[in-house]
Ligand binder design. Structure first.
Ligand code: BV8
Length: 230
């Protein structure tokens, strides 16, 4: 296999201590998604949204990559072909593990964005609506994450990676959120071998030719060992 494209979701960061979205007690269980992860929710109550992301930024700053993140970094550095990670996650655990070819399709907690002028800068640990934009001074700062109803980042590049992939794997994602949930079908139709690595069968499990179910911290290193043996 020459090119490997890997989609990751909240499940890969679960064993690092970051909550997933849909598991019982997950992030969305504590907040209605339309209140904290939509542009309308931000317009309605920007302070609530900043508090939600400040809490996640704080939590994410205190956790470490787990053996699944480390295995993917090893794969990138030791595999003879190209390895691309497309992550739905907004944490920086893939970077922390040493991966370098990463696309944050839903943005990142580490990023701040000015809703007025589009300026981007590294997010401080705590953000608030009244923070003036460093470029235009308008107090219209927001986390640089992609909310529901907004267009994910780098979609052109992602579709191209999927069409060139020999192997497509989805790790730790429930397959509920689009367009990420359509990636396995897209890659499979373009000829990629498709693998699901997840704690339990995902909603789009039928899109995958090969299944590995169990905790990512256990099954991903085994899967990478297998890939590197060939
Ligand atoms: C868009 C960033 C147009 C912010 C996020 C009706 C039908 C179909 C689609 C839609 C519809 N109505 C609206 C839509 C579109 C909508 C959508 O899909 N809604 C869903 C709810 C139906 N999508 C959008 O709005 C997207 N934009 O469509 O624009 C467009 C389309 C194409 C091209 C151009 C433009 C934007 C969506 C992005 C929203 N932002 N996050 C933030 O993080 O706060 S979404 C957020 O939730 C994540 O980023 C992620 O994408 C999603 C969570 O999903 P997962 O990562 O899968 O996490 P989840 O908890 O669900 O699952 C965890 C899995 O891990 C589970 O399966 C669990 O079993 C497993 N697991 C747990 N522990 C472990 C484990 N696995 C292994 N090991 C473990 N230890």
């Amino acid at each position: 296999m020459e090119k490997i494209v890997i989609l990751t979701g909240a499940g890969i960061s679960a064993e690092s201590g970051l909550g997933t979205f849909r598991d019982a007690g997950g992030i969305w269980a504590q907040h209605a998604v339309e209140d904290v992860a939509t542009p309308e929710g931000f317009t309605r109550d920007p302070h609530l949204v900043h508090r939600f992301y400040n809490a996640r930024r704080e939590k994410a700053a205190g956790v470490a990559p787990n053996s699944a993140h480390l295995a993917l970094a090893r794969l990138e550095h030791e595999y003879s072909g190209e390895v691309v990670i497309v992550t739905q996650n907004v944490d920086a655990l893939h970077e922390g593990a040493g991966s370098t070819h990463i696309i944050h399709m839903h943005g990142a907690l580490a990023g701040a964005l000015c809703a007025a002028c589009g300026h981007r800068w590294p997010a401080p640990l705590k953000m608030d609506t009244n923070d003036p934009c460093p470029a235009c001074s308008v107090p219209a700062t927001r986390p640089d994450v992609v909310w529901f109803g907004e267009t994910p980042y780098e979609m052109e590049a992602i579709w191209a990676h999927l069409e060139e992939a020999d192997l497509f794997a989805a790790i730790g994602t429930s397959g509920n959120v689009y367009p990420a949930a359509a990636f396995a079908q897209h890659a499979g139709r373009a000829g990629a071998h498709t693998v699901e690595l997840n704690l339990e069968p995902s909603t789009n499990v039928r899109d995958f030719a090969e299944l590995h179910h169990g905790p990512a911290g256990t099954i991903v290193p085994l899967w990478v060992d297998e890939l590197l043996r060939h």
